[in-house]
Design a protein around this ligand. Structure first.
Ligand code: SAH
Length: 232
């Protein structure tokens, strides 16, 4: 067996020609799954072109990294489908001045996409091994504008609030109050809400202190969990 199957050992030499092959698959992904479905924001499309998604999945799944579906990342969790990552990023109206909070770091892929666009990214992961692995990977890839914390994202990250945007990539049954409170005036939050694997993606905007909600599409995310393993 060549190489060990260590998820996280990103700096191993790739097979000759592998990075060109992955770059082609990435370009195809952006064209056929994302642009074709109506995502237009150039900064979002460019960010998806830049982040090497195969580096965020376990080695056994690398060949599927650019396919049109979520993939397992260990601990019963998944990296979201590329289109969902693009759509959620686009609806937040981000730019290089923005400070964004992500709940559910998982592999770190969504955080990397956000970091390509925004000034600063804060991301919280409940499961320690995932949070630590993502933190190391993002540092190895050279991201200096991402802060990873292991903890319960339900409570947000008050110390760095308010946030211009909040993106939640695990699904609670209701929108956490602390996250609404930590959203800046004029800010946007995108969050899947509902029962296990049957949720709607909701976009919230804070305007003059009031929250306006809009449903986007039906989605299937892993549930938002508490420390005791119960679901929110
Ligand atoms: N954004 C991720 C996808 C993560 S899947 C990516 O790009 O890969 C959702 C993640 O949310 C899982 O890793 C899960 O452990 C995490 N999660 C679940 N409940 C949480 C909570 N209360 N706080 C923070 N993270 C949570």
């Amino acid at each position: 067996m060549i190489g060990v199957m260590i998820f996280g050992a990103r700096c191993e030499a790739e097979a000759p020609g592998a990075s060109e092959k992955f770059a082609k698959l990435c370009e195809q992904m952006v064209k056929t799954q994302i642009e074709a479905r109506g995502v237009k924001s150039k900064i979002v499309l460019d960010a998806l072109r830049k982040v090497e998604r195969h580096k965020f999945v376990p080695q056994t799944y690398q060949r599927q990294a650019y396919e049109d579906h979520p993939l397992p990342i260990g601990e019963g969790q998944t990296i979201s489908q590329p289109y969902i990552v693009a759509l959620m990023t686009e609806v937040l109206d981000l730019d290089s001045t923005k400070k964004v909070l992500e709940i559910g770091t998982g592999s770190g892929y969504q955080a990397a996409v956000l970091a390509e666009i925004c000034h600063q990214v804060y991301t919280i992961e409940l499961i320690e091994v995932l949070g630590k692995r993502a933190e190391k990977l993002l540092a190895d890839l050279g991201y200096e504008n991402i802060r990873v914390r292991v903890g319960d994202g339900y409570k947000g990250w008050k110390e760095y609030s308010p946030f211009d945007a909040i993106i939640v990539t695990c699904a609670p049954s209701h929108i956490p109050r602390p996250l609404k409170d930590q959203l800046a005036e004029g800010g946007k939050m995108v969050i899947p809400v509902g029962e296990t694997f049957n949720q709607k993606l909701v976009l919230l905007a804070k305007k003059q202190g009031k929250i306006v909600e809009e449903n986007i599409i039906p989605v299937r995310f892993v549930p938002m969990m508490r420390h005791d393993g119960k679901e929110y």
